[in-house]
Write a protein that binds this ligand. Structure first.
Ligand SMILES: Cc1cc2nc3c(=O)[nH]c(=O)nc-3n(C[C@H](O)[C@H](O)[C@H](O)COP(=O)(O)OP(=O)(O)OC[C@H]3O[C@@H](n4cnc5c(N)ncnc54)[C@H](O)[C@@H]3O)c2cc1C
Length: 332
């Protein structure tokens, strides 16, 4: 892992402003999850000499999980950290310049796109690939952290299989929660859907699906206050009708606890320039990774409210590198 060199600030006596030591690159990739590293593999092989900044979470979200069973090419499964190490090694094999640093501001107002890292290092890139991912929302309970990877998950598609034939709970009342509950109902013996209010926010179609699935039980007006268990989640403590005269403590026995209360796309730094949806997912031209700014591309979870899988992130990382290569060749 390379660390960038300290800034060499000089005084411009002509206009009395600091001239920063700006590094010029062809292709800059921001983020080191499956999308960023895949973009780096393709961009290196296309001779774009990419520089990739990892952000705080080197390797991305998968470094927080143990088993990854659904990524093609690993018939025996693999741990998330090992898989991301493989991605990184593959990108480095073709010469990707991988550095530690966080994008703290951007200036996409001209054709030369400027990105500042750690508030003090500026890169000027002809093409920028944003692959900063998304962060799942949690309730903020201490026990969620305690049982992370031991019964607590924010991804039913990723982890549902490990709970085949078991009892689980899903938290949330929107479309994602309804989808995750329905998905898990196809695998698990019983699914509790823990809903804070007395209605679901999910679309009518999704509500109907949930209400017509025999092994989903909706716990209306319930809030989770704790999880318990010896070697992993064995149950959850809930409050029903909190702050009313009917308030009561309810305990459910479960093996898995799935959060489905949304994600925060890591797009804040770019929002001044890039179009996003109301949640903050970067909008791309359908079928491409192009954003509303020419030469700026977005890949992976930061632009994907729907799938949020390693393989789809990697796929769009590949698309972004190809889109960037075509853009750059047209610039010549
Ligand atoms: C616990 C867990 C288990 C999962 N299990 C599976 C699974 O089994 N199978 C599967 O397919 N998917 C799984 N997923 C989903 C999968 O991890 C994501 O879909 C995938 O990682 C998205 O890849 P990405 O490259 O878009 O972003 P991420 O993996 O989120 O990576 C984002 C990267 O951007 C960097 N970054 C963020 N902000 C900045 C910034 N300002 N400057 C510089 N860098 C920045 C971060 O440091 C990070 O390196 C799981 C997710 C979680 C949380």
């Amino acid at each position: 892992m390379d660390t960038f060199k300290p800034l060499n600030l000089q005084k411009d006596t002509n206009n009395n402003q600091d001239i920063q030591n700006i590094e010029k690159v062809k292709c800059l990739i921001i983020g080191s999850g499956p999308a960023g590293y895949t973009a780096a593999i393709y961009a290196s092989r296309a001779n774009l000499k990419p520089v990739l900044y990892t952000g705080l979470q080197m390797g991305g979200q998968l470094t927080t999980t143990t088993e990854v069973d659904n990524y093609p090419g690993y018939p025996d499964g693999i741990t998330g950290p090992k898989m991301m190490e493989d991605f990184k090694n593959q990108a480095e094999r073709f010469g990707a310049d991988i550095r530690f640093g966080i994008a703290t501001s951007v200036d996409f107002s001209s054709r030369k796109h400027r990105v500042t890292f750690d508030d003090n290092k500026i890169l000027e890139a002809d093409a920028v690939i944003i692959a900063t991912g998304a962060t799942a929302k949690y309730l903020g309970l201490e026990s969620e952290a305690k049982y992370a990877g031991m019964g607590v998950s924010a991804c039913a598609t990723c982890d549902g299989f490990f709970y085949k034939g078991k009892d689980v709970a899903v938290v949330g009342g929107g479309d994602t929660a309804a989808e995750e509950a329905t998905y898990l109902a196809g695998l698990c013996r019983k699914v509790y859907l823990i809903v804070r209010r007395d209605v679901l926010r999910a679309s009518k179609v999704m509500q109907d699906k949930v209400l017509n699935t025999a092994n989903i039980e909706i716990l209306w007006e319930h809030q989770t206050v704790d999880l318990y268990g010896e070697n992993g989640v064995e149950g959850a403590t809930l409050i029903r009708k909190k702050a009313t005269v009917e308030e009561e403590i309810v305990k459910i026995k479960i093996d898995g606890f799935f959060l489905a209360i949304g994600h925060n796309p890591n797009s804040e730094v770019f929002q001044q320039y890039l179009h996003t949806d109301k949640v903050g997912y970067i909008k791309t031209v359908p079928g491409t990774t192009k954003t509303n700014i020419a030469g700026v591309f977005a890949a992976g979870d930061v632009q994907d409210p729907n799938y949020r899988q390693a393989v789809t992130a990697a796929g769009s990382g590949c698309m972004a590198a190809i889109d960037a290569e075509r853009y750059l060749s047209e610039l010549k």
